[in-house]
Design a binder for this molecule. Structure first.
Ligand code: PEP
Ligand code: MG
Length: 322
């Protein structure tokens, strides 16, 4: 007899009025691909490579990264795999990088800023990504973007990685789709510009909440101020989604919010059609999406956007969605 989970796995995440929502997985290692598939993930929406870099006593070389990326795309059998370049710095250090201590690490040399500071670290990732791109649908995601200059600079590195592989006669994808994480208020405001020079957005609601509200996401003393459903965060999401839609390009949400049932439904109401989450949440979110129409979710989202506090938002969602 088939379990509810098995039945759900093979059903589409389709609203009751027929809108297809793509549910993809956040993973931290190639070993997570199997569980992601068994929960019904239609691809990987966020592969956090930090773990790959934490397992070793020195930075994993290009070959090791290539093997890890290839293993995920092989498992995903043609489904999209979004791989984010290294996002350390901030709270996450790596002993072998010997990062200097910073006064304000979350506002410091984190994510893409650190990769620009260590070009060989970035180039080995980009070469591995381009090589693995031969085997499947790899898309590159840049973390911690706060200006268009960073996107342009990243593209120069990507072109350099591509031409070095070309010159060495190593098999690689000529081009891969490039997306940016929208997780700083600057990236939100710049969304219409950023989307013109990139292929997709992925909204990181964890950091977007942290930076929008100026609330350290790990500080227990102010944990009650970390409100992902603050109207300030929701307006940022809405602005980002509208910018992507106007450009005709896809936008995914990959922060914690995507895996919470009521928040996920709100995101669908705001126009998001792709949600990336820890695989364990996929069945519950899918089940909820199948029970609601997008028309209704849109109405709810519209009302929510007029509310002034996170408490009001949560009460409204509970009242309308249960
Ligand atoms: C986010 O910031 O929402 C996100 C998905 O990235 P991370 O949690 O890895 O910072
Ligand atoms: Mg983040």
């Amino acid at each position: 007899e088939r379990t509810l989970l098995e039945e759900l796995r093979d059903l589409p995440a389709q609203t009751s009025d027929g809108v297809m929502i793509k549910l993809v997985a956040n993973i931290g290692s190639p070993a997570d691909s199997g569980p992601a598939l068994s929960k019904g993930a239609e691809g990987v929406g966020l592969y956090r490579v930090e773990f790959l870099f934490m397992e070793t006593s020195e930075a994993p070389d290009e070959e090791m990264q290539y093997q890890a990326f290839k293993s995920v795309v092989d498992d995903m059998k043609g489904m999209p795999v979004v791989i984010r370049t290294l996002d350390v710095g901030g709270d996450k250090g790596l002993p072998y990088l010997a990062l200097p201590k910073e006064e304000n690490p979350f506002l410091g040399c984190r994510g893409i800023r650190l990769c620009f500071e260590r070009p060989s670290l970035l180039l080995s990732q980009l070469r591995a990504l381009l090589r693995a791109g031969v085997h499947g649908d790899i898309r590159i995601l840049i973390p911690m973007i706060s200006s268009l200059d960073e996107v342009r600079r990243f593209k120069k590195f990507l072109a350099e990685a591509q031409s070095s592989l070309e010159n060495e006669g190593i098999a690689h994808a000529k081009e891969l789709p490039l997306g940016v994480m929208i997780e700083t208020p600057a990236a939100v405001f710049l969304a219409p510009h950023l989307i013109r020079e990139t292929d997709f957005f992925s909204i990181g609601t964890n950091d977007l909440t942290q930076y929008t509200l100026a609330v350290d996401r790990q500080n227990e003393r102010i944990a009650d101020l970390f409100e992902q459903l603050s109207p300030a965060v929701l307006l940022g999401i809405k602005y980002t989604v509208d910018a992507a839609r106007e450009a005709g390009k896809p936008v995914c949400v990959c922060g914690q919010m995507a895996g919470d049932v009521n928040s996920a439904l709100l995101l669908v109401g705001l126009g998001v059609e792709e949600l990336s989450m820890s695989p364990v949440h996929i069945p519950r979110v899918k089940n909820a999406i199948r029970k609601h129409s997008r028309v209704r979710l849109r109405e709810i989202a519209k009302e929510v956007l007029g509310l002034a506090t996170a408490t009001e938002v949560k009460m409204k969602l509970e009242k309308c969605l249960g």
